[in-house]
Design a protein around this ligand. Structure first.
Ligand code: GDG
Length: 504
């Protein structure tokens, strides 16, 4: 008899967190806050920003408690916080403290749009957008990392603490914390890929960035390839010892453990939410409003970003319609997603490119009463996203490069009916786990168009068999398992590596 390992859930994570953290206070630091406050006509309201980070970490904090420190970018944030810039969240069921850091417009420009998103983001993604390295933006990035570090140290106030830093906006923070308070345990998760040393070395401030990250006891990436790239980069750029077998870096007398932690979603929650009657009502509303009755529907949901391969998938859908004209009037593709980083030229270019492709394809193949591609570039509410996932015969994730990609896992988690086909790019972290997807190279338009045809024609038994497998993987490798594994490695790994060693 095969016995299955128990599935991680909120309760198990909570018990583990209590055991591992003991007296240590958990502090998460990220650029993006998990709850944004708005002030509309004198009334405070809040919104949950879209994006993978909040989806993944809010459940962890709700179970573990502690403080989340982030940039306060909402128009109503200042009105929501107390004199220490703190507020308890979630607003409806307070479980942890959110502490906000304020940035001037100039700081946001240099640190967020400038160095983080015009420099590091394209540097880490093989999407052929050239990174911009501006000295003034770099100086601002350093200042802002110092500001965040000051807030973290003030929040901890000399008590035992573990600081879990998120992502590429705060690469210098761990070293600043380590220099100020060497006893604080430090870990960081890098939510995007790490490039090869040949690519990383074009960054003029490569040593400073790596030095910052090696202020961590634990450095997490989504997959082994990103860890290996990081270890090779460190070996090339710094006078450090790297041990590829044990995934360890020794530098300036300290050790950093480098490990893969494939991030995921709250499977049970999504599975349950998908079954709500509000979702069914929303499906009816969308079917009427978008005139989808009797149509086979394909779906893309993304933050509108040039790494997500949106033009590539639209081209492939166009090719599918040209190659298989029997599906004209029968298959519709809905592209949903929220605009992001619109202040950056590359994003404006992408948006124009998408508009152009939509015009071309819809005017070439559409006719009165049928439009092949429906574009919904809005921040859609969860109920709408859920309804779209449930309605979609196939969901397309065609990233040119993606650390993990949560949309793919959300699609599988939503399909409690065990139907639906996932078309997935091999350049996502998710492709290593979701091997029952139709894996297709987004640059190979012809194969991509054929994969869309395969998804449309796939018999129900095959769809079901594949979906059952994908769901069982996401159910087991859920967000709680991700958090639990990181927490254990952070707390136990750091205790081990800080034990005095002979010759150190
Ligand atoms: C980074 C890494 C990694 C999308 N449109 C709307 C909306 N979304 C939600 C999706 C999903 C999230 O945004 C996007 O997550 P991804 O994982 O696809 O991508 P990134 O934002 O680029 O995240 C990525 C992730 O960090 C976690 O580590 O997986 O590789 O790039 O949850 O459903 N949500 C709402 N409205 C929308 O219109 N509410």
């Amino acid at each position: 008899m095969i016995t299955k390992a128990p599935v991680w859930d909120k309760e198990a994570l909570k018990r583990l967190a209590q055991r591992e953290l003991g007296d240590f206070k958990l502090v998460i630091v990220s650029n993006r806050q998990p709850y944004i406050h708005e002030l509309i006509e004198g009334k405070l309201s809040y919104a949950v920003p879209s994006g993978g980070l909040t989806t993944a970490l809010d459940p962890l904090m709700q179970e573990c408690g502690g403080t989340w420190i982030a940039y306060g970018g909402g128009k109503g944030d200042w009105a929501a916080v107390d004199e220490k810039n703190r507020i308890m969240v979630p607003p409806d069921d307070p479980a942890y403290t959110l502490r906000l850091v304020w940035l001037t417009e100039e700081q946001e420009q240099g640190y967020y749009y400038g160095f983080s998103n015009e420099g590091l983001w394209p540097l880490c993604h093989n999407a052929y957008t050239e990174p911009v390295f501006d000295t003034k933006a770099w100086e601002t990035y350093k200042d802002v990392n110092q500001d965040f570090a000051n807030q973290v140290l003030d929040e901890i106030d000399g008590r035992p603490a573990a600081v879990f830093t998120q992502d590429y906006h705060l690469a210098l923070l761990p070293r600043l914390i380590r220099n100020a308070e060497p006893d604080i345990i430090t870990g960081q998760f890098w939510h995007i890929p790490w490039p090869s040393p040949e690519i990383f070395r074009i960054c003029p401030w490569q040593e400073e960035l790596l030095d910052g990250m090696l202020g961590n006891d634990l450095m997490g990436f989504h997959i082994g390839d990103h860890c290996n790239n990081f270890l090779s980069t460190v070996a090339r750029c710094l006078d450090a010892q790297t041990d590829q077998e044990y995934n360890l870096v020794k530098y300036r007398g300290d050790s950093t453990l480098v490990r893969p932690f494939p991030i995921s979603v709250d499977f049970e929650q999504i599975n349950q939410d998908a079954q709500s009657r509000y979702v069914t009502e929303e499906m009816d509303r969308l079917t009427d409003e978008l005139d989808l009755g009797g149509m086979i529907m394909g779906l893309g949901i993304d933050r509108i970003d040039y790494t997500k391969g949106i033009p590539h998938r639209l081209r492939a859908f166009g090719r599918f319609l040209g190659k298989y004209p029997e599906y004209l009037g029968k298959v519709v593709f809905i592209q949903a997603g929220v605009m992001s980083r619109t202040g950056i030229d590359a994003y404006q270019l992408l948006s124009d490119q998408i508009d152009q492709l939509l015009d071309d394809i819809n005017s070439r193949f559409g006719y009165a009463g049928w439009k092949p591609i429906i574009y919904l570039p809005n921040d859609l509410p969860n109920v709408t996203l859920m309804a779209l996932r449930r309605m979609a015969r196939f969901c397309v994730v065609s990233s040119l490069h993606d650390g993990m990609n949560l949309v793919a896992k959300e699609y599988a988690a939503s399909r409690f009916d065990e139907d639906g086909v996932l078309i997935l790019s091999p350049f996502t972290g998710s492709a290593l786990e979701l091997t029952d997807a139709l894996i297709v190279n987004p640059y190979a338009t012809e194969q991509f168009a054929d994969a869309i045809c395969d998804a449309v024609e796939m018999p129900l038994e095959s769809r079901r068999a594949r979906m059952i497998n994908m769901r069982s993987i996401v159910r087991e490798n859920n967000i709680y398992k991700w958090a639990a594994r990181m927490l254990v490695d952070l707390m136990q790994g750091s205790r081990r590596s800080r034990r005095p060693m002979a010759g150190r």
